[in-house]
Design a protein around this ligand. Structure first.
Ligand SMILES: Nc1nc2c(ncn2[C@@H]2O[C@H](COP(=O)(O)OP(=O)(O)O)[C@@H](O)[C@H]2O)c(=O)[nH]1
Ligand SMILES: [Mg+2]
Length: 303
């Protein structure tokens, strides 16, 4: 399956709902009167595209209709162009440290997909002929250490782990030392899930970053917040709070395959001004893709 085909397959739920609705609205009333535009607006909001993006699309459709009438007016094409335009500044992909290992800290609340994303990222850089190391910094749950070790075996990626209950910062410290001595290109730190409202847990994360920053200046080079697309706009609050505690360099939106509200990727980017670097489209190692505005817009609004 080609990259775009995968993109499309992963966003199938959002696409089919949106396309079905738009088609129904447009076919029924080719004269785009106020009531029809309102229905279009409701369909876009239902896909969680957010108020700003929705207003922008509806405005563009109205303008096109006023200037050219309904003949040849392609609502799908207009929506595609607007979404692509508003996301085009988004920079996907991982930064690369000028020298030494690039350290990527994966953070977020419980169950969003941090561990899976860490493993998928290791797999992704491996497929670009770079070496990766994983660190089991979620020491709160024994099962979490086990889970990432299983991924490590499967992907043939070394996992640096400590004992259950160990200090996460010291595991991270060991992992950075290992990454340096192995001359690994990337080190992914799988951190424990924490509620953005729990101050002490956020402080623990700050400490972890401080420790490795002293050890390797510039680290962590990326702090990626993992957001579960199925939680909708609640993800926005998580992002705001995490960003206050540990400055984020980007977002990863997972489980887009499981929701018809994939528009939240657009809303969240517009609201926060943080790039969505990767999207998760399934549970397998290769179900993570660098975010691409054009492909995303196309996958959402293909007739
Ligand atoms: N369908 C789907 N499931 C995902 C995706 N990412 C993670 N998951 C699943 O979500 C669950 C929680 O993931 P996990 O990585 O353990 O979350 P963590 O608690 O943040 O480390 C697991 O069952 C994963 O397989 C995704 O992009 N799509
Ligand atoms: Mg985990």
């Amino acid at each position: 399956m080609g990259l775009f085909q995968k993109f499309k397959a992963g966003l199938q739920k959002t696409h089919s709902q949106l396309a079905h609705e738009i088609k129904r609205i447009v076919t029924r009333s080719p004269r785009l009167d106020a009531a029809t535009l309102e229905e279009l607006e409701a369909a876009l909001i239902a896909a969680d595209l957010g108020l700003a993006m929705t207003a922008q699309i509806v405005g563009a459709v109205r303008t096109a209709y006023e200037s050219q009438g309904s003949a040849g007016l392609d609502v799908f094409a207009v929506a595609r162009a607007e979404v692509e335009k508003s996301l085009s500044a988004n920079k996907a992909g991982l930064v690369r440290a000028p020298r030494g290992p690039t350290v990527v800290s994966i953070v977020g609340v419980n169950g969003t997909g941090k561990t899976t994303t860490s493993a998928k990222l290791a797999h992704l850089v491996q497929s670009h002929k770079k070496t990766a190391l994983l660190a089991a910094c979620d020491t709160f749950r024994a099962a979490a250490i086990e889970q990432i070790k299983i991924w490590g075996q499967k992907l043939e990626v070394e996992v640096i782990a400590g004992a259950y209950g160990a200090d996460a910062a010291s595991v991270a410290h060991d992992a950075v030392a290992a990454a340096q001595s192995r001359q690994a290109d990337y080190l992914f730190l799988d951190t424990a899930g924490r509620l953005h409202t729990k101050h002490n847990l956020m402080q623990e994360l700050q400490k972890l970053h401080r420790v490795i920053g002293k050890q390797l200046p510039g680290a962590p080079h990326e702090v990626l917040l993992v957001l579960d697309a199925t939680t909708g706009m609640n993800a926005l609050n998580q992002a705001r709070e995490f960003n206050k505690a540990v400055p984020l360099t980007g977002l990863v939106v997972t489980k887009l395959d499981g929701t018809s509200k994939g528009g939240m990727v657009v809303a969240i980017q517009q609201e926060l001004g943080l790039p969505v670097k990767f999207i998760g489209l399934g549970e397998q190692a290769d179900d993570l893709q660098p975010f691409d505005a054009k492909q995303f817009a196309q996958a959402l609004f293909e007739e």
